[in-house]
Design a protein around this ligand. Sequence first.
Ligand SMILES: [Zn+2]
Length: 174
Amino acid sequence: MDWRSMIGEPDERGCRRWVGTWLVGGRPQVRVDGKNQYVARILLSESLGRPIRSGYYALHTCDVGTCCEVSHLFEGTPRRNILDAVEKGRWTQAGYHPRIEPDQARWIREQYASGNRWWTRRRLADRFAVSENTITEIVRGHRFRTAGGPISGPRGAGGRPVSPAGDLAASPSR
Ligand SMILES: [Zn+2]
């Protein structure tokens, strides 16, 4: 059976999800020319008209690992891959410390100061795979002094209350 028949119809976001069962690390694989190959890699390579460069990955702009829509694929470096994962909040493996970019530092300050209680330091730390202490230093302006964004003073003892998951209501506390 042609593996292409395992590519589903576009959903509302245009993603064409793999409907086959063979996934490796959440990504569809097929056996072509005697080798196991990632479907995304094959599709991207076809669309580029050349092989994916050595050391590069077929990455998704849509963050749907099973998506086979070629316009959602791009060739990226492993570093980009990691940043991409961090950006999307998937990379939370303890012990890995990606460098935070100034843009991200500003974003962290904005979220923290916004009154949106969802973004506790803990959650911000998890999102960027850094320590809570690093987040504290960023929001207080001890790191990334020139990155912009609102600088927050120390919170009262006990910090902010944590709202339930998914509660994005603005806090009136500030
Ligand atoms: Zn997609």
